[in-house]
Design a protein around this ligand. Structure first.
Ligand code: ATP
Ligand code: MG
Length: 338
């Protein structure tokens, strides 16, 4: 609260923190002597308070963004309200980045598509060329389709506040299916092995797990050069069921690892794009993993390979009696084959 000469009459703890003031020491001081930032002085003296003022990096006391709003009252006195809007600003920045990224990702295939369409419309082309162009256009539209499908899958995961179910997942069949997908994608270019502890069971949502673990497997195949080795494991670690995929592929430099699960983040854009990647796979993995209260751990060395581990919490890890199981029909997998 400021008096008619903009001297502090009173302030609460939060205002002290935001402005780096001390209620005891600074009472009766003119606020512009204490907060000398030009934008603040200007805001206060201009006497137009319909919009709040956003102040960034308030020095040693406070990082981030503070919103300042003045409400004049009484005899030329003022109530100054501050609010920490750092989180809000970050969310807003993330939203902007996201829209920019989506647009950018769709723009590239669209530009290619439009280019070919114009060529086919305006130039006489041989039957052979026409075929080639149509094939290339098809590649681009399939690419746009995968981007949109993955975005929808992500949106669905995000909007689903319900935790995944507690049903027993037929893990062995699921892993068999994953190995089969890996073999199909690899087309015998890699050595693929599975090490499955038959006593491991999981509780969760089968379709979500299938799509998440499937992405780890398809990444291993796609980012491992021919002749590499890929091992899919399911086992126990101290009461936790652990699913892991180990490859002897390209590996990932340490500075990239924390960013892998960001949407559209790719270490090598052109390589990922060549193999049909959208950069959304690990973002989906992260969501599914956290919905299951599991943890994703990545260790990797450039040129030697990577290990992606999903560690399930004890309450979703089930010890099963080993033995034959009833075979189930093949699972649907929207992301298979990529
Ligand atoms: N096993 C791996 N070895 C090396 N790099 C990897 C591996 N897995 C992921 N990466 C890197 O992480 C990036 C992000 O992976 P992510 O699965 O999110 O996207 P993507 O595989 O490019 O596309 P998508 O999964 O959507 O088809 C990849 O582009 C690649 O650079
Ligand atoms: Mg992927």
């Amino acid at each position: 609260m400021l008096d008619d000469a903009d001297q502090i009459e009173w302030c609460n703890d939060v205002a002290e923190q935001h402005f780096g003031l001390s209620a005891r020491r600074d009472v009766r001081q003119r606020i512009t002597h204490l907060i000398r930032r030009p934008e603040f002085v200007h805001y206060l003296t201009r006497q137009r308070f319909d919009e709040p003022l956003a102040m960034r990096d308030m020095g040693e006391h406070k990082q981030g963004v503070i919103s300042v709003q003045v409400l004049p009252y009484g005899d030329n006195r003022k109530l100054v309200i501050t609010q920490d809007i750092t989180k809000l600003e970050n969310t807003e920045a993330m939203r902007r980045d996201f829209v920019a990224n989506v647009s950018h990702e769709l723009k590239t295939p669209l530009t290619v598509l439009t280019g070919f369409l114009e060529t086919v419309r305006d130039l006489p082309v041989s039957e052979e060329d026409r075929r080639r162009y149509v094939d290339m256009m098809l590649v681009q539209s399939v690419r746009m389709q995968s981007i949109v499908e993955d975005l929808l899958a992500l949106a669905k995961l995000e909007s689903d506040a319900q935790p995944p179910g507690q049903e027993l997942v037929p893990v062995r069949e699921m892993v068999d299916h994953l190995v089969h997908d890996a073999e199909a994608l690899s087309q015998e270019r890699h050595h693929i092995a599975a090490e499955i502890d038959p006593t491991v069971g999981l509780r969760g949502t089968e379709t979500e797990l299938m799509s998440a673990l499937g992405n780890l497997v398809s990444n291993a195949v796609r980012y491992t050069p021919a002749d590499g080795r890929i091992t899919i494991r399911l086992g126990w670690d101290d009461g936790h069921a652990v699913f892991s995929v180990t490859d002897t592929g390209l590996g990932i430099a340490p500075e990239h690892i924390p960013r892998l699960t960001e949407r559209f983040y790719r270490v090598d854009r052109s390589r990922s794009r060549d193999t049909g990647g959208t950069g959304l796979g690990l973002a989906i993995v992260k969501h599914v993993v956290s919905r299951h209260h599991a943890e994703l751990r990545v260790s990797s060395e450039v040129g030697r390979g990577s290990v992606f581990r999903v560690i399930f919490p004890p309450e979703r890890s089930v010890r099963e009696a080993p033995g034959p199981r009833v075979l189930r029909a093949a699972l649907p997998d929207a992301r298979a084959g990529r």
